[in-house]
Design a protein around this ligand. Sequence first.
Ligand SMILES: [Zn+2]
Length: 86
Amino acid sequence: MKLWPAKSGTLHGIREIDFRGEYAIVTTHCGQRFNIRDSRNSRAARWLRNKWAQNACRKCRIPEWKLKKYAGTQFSEYGSDLKHRQ
Ligand SMILES: [Zn+2]
């Protein structure tokens, strides 16, 4: 499961990412959808450093170990995904 930090500050589990050229649509495990534009603005990275795991989505049922991992290796996986699409 990959994780998505929403603008609200809630961390969701990603069920699906649908790439559509200029942007992508993330579908979370709790059924919400987010449009992602340029991922290289480091909003997600800043969010991580400041308040990761403070407010994880309960519906997505993200395990605690995953939240901890997200602060490290998981984030670099996420980054490589985004490079891959370009
Ligand atoms: Zn969620």
